[in-house]
Design a protein around this ligand. Structure first.
Ligand code: SF4
Length: 246
């Protein structure tokens, strides 16, 4: 069994506890207008490669000493980590059986019944919530948010530690109304999940050029630290724990 990946990134401290290896898996069903990982949207492109599960597992075993000393482990990311569900299940199953701490970052657009056994092997689940307004969600990501909202609530009910991440983007969702709607949804339908706001950045621009694609325009902006802190305060007022892994 194998699949397409962008890279294995060791010594990461941003996507889970401790020192981690991030497995950047290729493919994504969304087309977010602000995406900073355009090379992750398709399975096959000049910035992805085929990898056998055994090769990845062997790589992880060699990093085990760093996870043990830091309380770290392995995080599945992308692209979209669930876009190759059988490959993900194979990797997660083997690594879980070997005792590695696992985390996943997902956009939430997946078949819950198919993913459920894999999600239950995770020590933490990071799931994105981009926008409650379905028309706006479709306009900016190419898909309706109905499935994602259902999966957010179903995943929160699994009892696995969960952090909901909102990419916070001026020109898309960085308004008091959008944030209030998102926080009300989390407080009402995703009990126990913590919240992380991820301010928009433009780090992916060079990759667009490498792939011959047009980079996101200047219509998107980054909220100020003061705005972010105010929105975090609004979330805490609703009883939501706020966290930062970045
Ligand atoms: S979900 Fe993530 S990888 Fe997929 S298009 Fe959106 S930002 Fe890019």
């Amino acid at each position: 069994m194998g699949g397409y990946i962008m890279q294995l990134q060791d010594f990461s401290v941003n996507d889970g506890e401790g020192i981690r290896t991030i497995i950047f898996m290729a493919g994504c069903p969304l087309r977010c207008a602000w995406c900073s990982n355009p090379e992750g949207q398709t399975l096959r492109n000049p910035m992805t490669r085929w990898a056998e599960a055994g090769e990845i597992i062997e790589h992880i075993r060699h990093q085990a000493i760093f996870y043990r000393s830091s309380g770290g482990g392995v995080t599945f990311s992308g692209g979209e980590a669930t876009a190759q569900p059988d490959f993900l299940a194979e990797l997660a199953g083997e690594l879980y059986d070997e005792g590695f701490d696992l985390a996943i970052e997902t956009c939430g657009f997946f078949s819950f019944d198919r993913l459920r056994p894999t999600l239950l092997k995770m020590g933490r689940i990071f799931m994105d919530l981009k926008c409650l307004d379905s028309a706006k969600h479709r306009a900016f990501t190419g898909v309706d948010n109905g499935l994602i909202l259902k999966n957010l609530s179903k995943t929160a009910a699994l009892g696995v530690p969960m952090t909901i991440r909102i990419p916070t983007i001026l020109g898309v969702n960085a308004t008091d109304e959008d944030m209030a709607a998102a926080f009300d949804f989390i407080a009402g339908s995703c009990r126990g999940a913590s919240l992380e706001l991820l301010p928009y950045h433009r780090y992916g621009e060079a990759k667009y050029a490498q792939l011959g694609l047009r980079a996101p325009g200047s219509e998107f902006g980054t909220p100020s630290p003061e705005q972010l802190e105010r929105w975090l305060g609004m979330a805490r007022e609703r009883g939501i724990e706020t966290v930062s892994f970045k």
